[in-house]
Design a protein around this ligand. Structure first.
Ligand SMILES: [Zn+2]
Length: 101
């Protein structure tokens, strides 16, 4: 993965790897592995920037301590954040409706 660029969340999806998230709260440092495709949809639904240098990393909230912000890196590890995102197209549509109402 050395030469691949990871500047936006979409890059993880494009390179076919998962997102390794580490809580920025040092004493916590909780780790989660997320599906980049689901994260992309989630960020688009909320109209958040997907570029890391535009602050995308700030929108990840730790499921353990609640801190906002995460360090991101590519990983081949199995996804552990499984029950967070909508499970199907209907769920995604309902989310978008909720956010835009
Ligand atoms: Zn944490």
């Amino acid at each position: 993965m050395g030469s691949k660029k990871f500047r936006t969340i979409h890059d993880w999806s494009r390179h076919g790897v998962n997102i390794h998230l580490t809580c920025i709260n040092g004493p916590c440092s909780h780790v989660g592995i997320a599906d980049p495709h689901a994260c992309c949809l989630w960020f688009r639904a909320h109209r958040w920037p997907i570029a890391l240098d535009a602050g995308a990393w700030r929108h990840f909230r730790c499921t353990k301590c609640g801190s906002k912000g995460a360090h991101l890196r590519p990983t081949d590890m199995v996804i552990t954040v499984v029950d967070f995102f909508p499970v199907d197209e209907r769920g995604w549509q309902a989310l978008v409706r909720r956010l835009r109402s």
